[in-house]
Design a binder for this molecule. Sequence first.
Ligand code: ADP
Length: 161
Amino acid sequence: MRIAVYPGSFDPITNGHLDILERSLKLFDKVIVAVLVNTSKSCLFQAERRKEMISKVVGRKNHITVGSFGGLLVDYCKQVEARTIIRGLRAVSDYEYELQISSINKQLAPDLETVFLMASTQYSFLSSSIVKEIAKLGGNVSALVPKEVEIALKMEFSKNS
Ligand code: ADP
């Protein structure tokens, strides 16, 4: 069974993430969406909430699991018996960071491969940060995120205003 881990902050999950997830399902038997906990990044949504939103959006499917990890990604991959890490690449700006992370992971776990999928054109400028910025300013994010996320963002920002 070809198992892959798709790791990220997913703060929150966007249509760009979902596009990568859908496309990766054509390549792997099972994909584990792994939410990063304990990041130095300050997140809008708690990890549990991010996980909950992803689970709601993807629904119950045998070949998708939603998990979380707080330690090294390579250790998490070993634990869930995944041999591949999936990452999405948007602009050149993603490349340097991704190259660094994938090289380190290769050193830590030589058997683990990182597979990069290029962002689809319509999502190549989409990020969780831009979605949060638009939502914070009261803009319409319905074309950028699933309905559940749109509602969660509205609630989050109305709470703070
Ligand atoms: P991280 O904080 O680890 O970068 P993100 O949640 O921002 O996590 O993204 C997770 C992965 O999804 C990364 O590989 C990122 O490049 C990719 N990604 C994010 N947005 C998009 C998008 N619009 N299209 C394709 N890939 C994306």
